[in-house]
Design a protein around this ligand. Sequence first.
Ligand code: SF4
Length: 350
Amino acid sequence: MNSEQDVLLKVDNLKKYFPIKGGVFGKKTLQYVKAVDDISFEVKRGETFGIVGESGCGKSTAGRTIMRLLEPTGGDIYFESKNLANLDKTQMRKIRKDIQIVFQDPFASLNPRMRVFDIIEEPLINFGVTDRQERVRRVHEVADQVGLTLAQLKRLPHEFSGGQRQRIGIARALISKPKLIIADEPVSALDVSIQSQVLNLMKDLQKEFGLTYIFISHDLSVVKHFCDRIGVMYLGKMVEIAGKHELYGRPLHPYAEALLSALPSSHPLNKKERIILTGDVPSPANPPSGCTFHPRCFSCMDICKTVKPTLLEVENNHQVSCHLYQDTGIVENNPQDSPLLYQEAGVEIR
Ligand code: SF4
């Protein structure tokens, strides 16, 4: 999976800044909210790449910017051989056939006045499929694939449960036979029992059609179950990218380590220390200098306050952006090994 042709999407130094306007007429740009700040990663064909992080870390903005639903402030987005960042609206409309999105809220993302058939059919009309019979055939086919009956296609969205509505959202995304689906918190609005049904459906569809997913979630358990590789975002930046087993087995970035310490251990005898981060997430309009995680980091060093770390591959299939790993190789960073360091930093270890 390492050769160049296996890469379906390559995101290079992507930025999305939102201006904060002010001044007498409200036209002067006073500041920028750096929602996505220089992120780079690759997604291989047929894999599920997860993006995780706390609310407001920029993961959903990243997904929407990759699809050009939001205009990037800078950077490149290579999908197959094309740089999406350089395409005009007409060219981009054609590419959207290959890249679809499933939104978080199945209650808000479907037009309440449209029948399910019309909701699923609409993208085909937008992509220029003029043959009505072909459209009907495709809608019936995709409805069957996601487990919707023909009778249900005549109904309105409010007549469905949350899980069924998300099936409609998935059917709508699938209808154009995309290569990449960006799923933005697709199950977080659903009950736990329904979550697994929808996730299993997505897995089955991936196997059947060779789909590639970018799976955006704040839920580390769901990401562990569903993704092959994972990028951890903090304050608009990618701080760690690793295979599922590498990340969950041995997180390197202190932020990832703290997030994962909250997950229950898979073995009752293997008790984990829970790391509680102190302080709030800083504002992306005014991020801290150096490493943006430094005010909350239990391993913070002097260099962290002034010098930005860069994302480097420090182990096979494992990249991290942290001064602990920049020049000197990997430094052990385990609370049991260095309890004093943690206590001095005011980190509660439970
Ligand atoms: Fe902590 Fe420094 Fe690493 Fe940032 S660079 S995560 S402050 S140790």
